[in-house]
Ligand binder design. Structure first.
Ligand SMILES: NC(=O)C1=CN([C@@H]2O[C@H](COP(=O)(O)OP(=O)(O)OC[C@H]3O[C@@H](n4cnc5c(N)ncnc54)[C@H](OP(=O)(O)O)[C@@H]3O)[C@@H](O)[C@H]2O)C=CC1
Ligand SMILES: Nc1nc(=O)c2c([nH]1)NC[C@@H]1CN(c3ccc(C(=O)N[C@@H](CCC(=O)O)C(=O)O)cc3)C=[N+]21
Ligand SMILES: [Mg+2]
Length: 295
């Protein structure tokens, strides 16, 4: 029986700490940090995300604004909205839900977001900062995973960590953060040979694949820690449910610690987004004060 890493509980602490700091921010500056979320079309994982985000933002005391665009919207329309949000002084954080519909250019939109407002940490400037170990806006999901791992291990140094998946939004930044924590990091993906054998050497497995219950017991070393990033909507026994990328039922008995889905990485991602929005708001307000003083 593995120890269950309770994302709900751990995220609650991050939320409460952030709420207290947001209250202080509001007293000091007379405004609430503002978060704008842009959802194009109807990706199911994004829908879950948006729903929970709106709830949490309210709890933390952020001003949260939602923009929904049709799946058919043009690149120009999306660019224009991002430009408006970039210059809106009430908006401190901008998040464009990914994936975008196939006709839109994701890289172009991400680069169009002002790096100071990029609360996802996906802008090339922030990606570069993370690679240099100097990031201030760290991608929310990998950051949430690190916070959870630190509840299991006092020190991650020297652990063998395997990250399954190499997306820009999860796998790559996850590997960068684990490396920063002095793990020995291996990344595996759809072209990896003997993926099961590689994973079964790991002290820590982070699964971010997008395939329901893909990682089974044979992949996991007894006593390993398993972080399940996957959010997959499936139908079972005639009911719609969320499952991860890990086959929880077979893996749980052999792992030392594991995150559930739901109630694991998802709530941590949202909590870290709230934290990043506050961080972004603080640095924007300070930058504006400095500008005013200068001239
Ligand atoms: N909990 C949370 O907060 C979040 C959850 N998610 C969820 O995490 C999952 C992953 O998301 P994301 O990173 O965006 O997904 P992507 O689809 O962008 O990337 C998936 C990665 O998994 C790899 N992969 C796919 N199939 C296999 C396979 N059979 N064997 C090995 N590797 C494989 C791909 O390899 P290749 O590159 O070779 O194609 C790719 O690198 C999804 O379920 C998503 O909904 C995402 C963000 C946040
Ligand atoms: N630009 C961008 N940044 C993202 O971080 C991003 C994205 N696009 N697109 C979609 C994925 C997915 N994602 C989720 C985050 C939280 C939950 C979440 O709250 N999960 C709850 C679900 C609870 C429920 O409502 O059932 C849980 O796991 O407990 C889900 C999914 C962020 N993503
Ligand atoms: Mg993708």
């Amino acid at each position: 029986m593995a120890f269950l890493i309770d994302g709900k509980q751990i995220s609650q602490q991050v939320i409460e700490d952030t709420a207290a700091e947001v209250a202080e921010f509001q007293i000091t500056y007379g405004i609430k940090p503002g978060l704008a979320v842009v959802l194009v079309g109807e990706d199911p994982a994004s829908q879950v995300y948006v729903r929970n985000k709106v709830k949490r933002a309210e709890e933390v005391g952020l001003n949260s604004i939602e923009h929904r665009l049709a799946a058919t919207c043009s690149q120009q329309a999306l660019n224009k909205l991002v430009d408006e949000l970039n210059t809106d002084p009430m908006v401190h954080g901008i998040l464009v839900q990914l994936p975008l519909p196939a006709h839109l250019n994701e890289a172009e939109i991400i680069s169009a977001i002002s790096p100071e407002k990029d609360v996802d940490g996906f802008h090339p400037l922030n990606v570069g900062a993370l690679a240099c170990g100097e990031a201030s806006l760290v991608p929310c999901t990998p950051l949430g995973c690190i916070i959870m791992l630190k509840t299991v291990y006092e020190d991650l140094s020297g652990k063998n960590a395997v990250v399954i998946g190499r997306s820009n939004i999860v796998g790559k930044p996850m590997a960068a953060l684990l490396l920063q924590e002095n793990c020995t990091v291996t990344m595996v993906h759809s072209r990896t040979k003997n993926i099961e054998a590689v994973c079964s050497q790991a002290d820590i497995v982070v699964a971010a694949i997008g395939r329901p219950e893909f990682v089974s017991a044979g992949w996991i070393k007894p006593g390993a820690t398993v972080i399940d990033v996957g959010i997959n909507a499936i139908e079972r026994d005639g009911r719609r449910r969320l499952v991860g990328d890990v086959d929880f039922t077979s893996v749980e008995p052999i792992a030392a610690a594991i995150t559930p889905v739901p109630g694991g990485v998802g709530p941590m991602t949202i909590a870290c987004l709230m934290k990043n929005t506050l961080t972004a708001a603080r640095s924007q307000v300070l930058a504006r004060e400095l500008e005013r003083e200068a001239g």
